[in-house]
Write a protein that binds this ligand. Structure first.
Ligand SMILES: [Zn+2]
Length: 339
């Protein structure tokens, strides 16, 4: 991964971006941070394991410019089967196939295109004067955009592409190269000190395991297909917890003993609410018709056996005290829940 740095991909794109937004250019003094808004590591957890920086900012590269960003992989563990020297591993680090790179914060795609280093994405986080750059992707998960044409809006944690290796890298080692730009090509900053304060999120594509811990993930934007892990809830039993993505306030806890996918996703179907689709079909205080903007919430799911889903829902309501649930909020000692 040290063979070819950003100069062909990131350097050229950063330069084009700086010309596109000259007001944001110029040299930026030492940056103290933190960046405004919500930020997550652009590589999700993998099997519960948090990513690490496998090669840091400004690391020297013989005969080439210094490293303009950080490389992200996973620290090797003894049980890892990946052989060093394959696309999935070096001696110290590993990267599985098929893992998505995520938008580190919400923004607009400024470019998403093929470069000599693999597919690369630039996300403009305007009005914040900060831009992020992701490269060595083997596939895009957002529409292709040439620099300057207005791309789609992405939310924090949204998958941008599948992490691959740079075609110019002799080692052909899969990793995500990630940069933060405050202005133009001279204004790359070291992401590492900022990333220490960022959270890591679950792989948006990973399926939910029985009795999984509560891991909150975005569910995409209105009109998009739901992520695989949501679609995999079809016909399953379990509980779901909806929280506000910005404030992290828990807004709703629900469950289903047979139809977890349908029960969860109807919270994002505002038209059904508007038509009164669910009116009269459920007992008072157990209104499943509460709707939320997909863009602004995150969801955690725990699978259960069909007979345990309601118990687990009541337990989580008592523990998490969601804003919008009515039943289950009373002190059970004074007023027992009627089931
Ligand atoms: Zn790199």
């Amino acid at each position: 991964m040290r063979v070819w740095p950003w100069i062909v991909g990131g350097g050229a794109l950063a330069y084009a971006w700086a010309r596109h937004r000259p007001e944001a250019g110029g040299r930026v003094p030492a940056f103290a941070g933190p960046l405004p808004g919500r930020w997550v590591w652009p590589v999700p957890r993998w099997n519960g394991r948090a990513p690490v920086i496998s090669d840091g900012f400004d690391s020297p590269r013989p005969g080439l410019p210094r490293h303009g960003g950080v490389d992200l992989m996973f620290a090797r563990q003894p049980a890892d089967a990946f052989k060093a020297g394959t696309p999935n591993a070096s001696k110290q680090f590993v990267m599985p196939d098929g893992l998505a790179a995520l938008a580190a914060s919400g923004g607009v795609i400024w470019s998403a295109m093929k470069t000599p280093h693999g597919y690369a994405v630039v996300v403009d986080h305007a009005p914040r004067k900060v831009t992020t750059f992701y490269t060595h992707l083997e596939k895009l998960l957002v529409p292709e955009v040439t620099p300057g044409k207005k791309g789609v809006t992405v939310s924090v944690g949204q998958p941008l592409g599948i992490i691959g290796a740079s075609p110019l890298d002799a080692e052909h080692l899969k990793h995500l190269h990630f940069e933060i730009w405050l202005g133009g090509p001279n204004d790359r900053i070291d992401p590492a000190p900022l990333m220490r304060a960022w959270e890591t999120v679950a792989d948006p594509k990973a399926l939910v395991a029985r009795n999984a811990s509560l891991v909150y993930r975005p569910v995409g934007s209105p009109g998009e297909a739901y992520p695989d892990w949501v679609r995999a809830l079809k016909g399953k039993a379990g509980v779901y917890v909806i929280r506000d993505a910005d404030s992290r306030e828990i807004v709703y806890v629900g469950s289903s003993s047979t139809q977890l996918y349908a029960t969860l996703t109807r919270h994002f179907q505002t038209w059904r609410r508007w038509k009164g689709f669910w009116r009269g079909q459920y007992g008072e205080g157990h209104d499943p018709g509460l709707t939320y903007d997909r863009d602004s919430v995150e969801v955690a799911v725990r699978l259960t056996s069909p007979s345990k889903s309601l118990d687990e829902e009541m337990r989580l309501i008592a523990r998490l005290k969601p804003r919008d649930n009515v039943i289950g909020q009373v002190d059970a000692a004074e007023e027992p829940i009627p089931f």
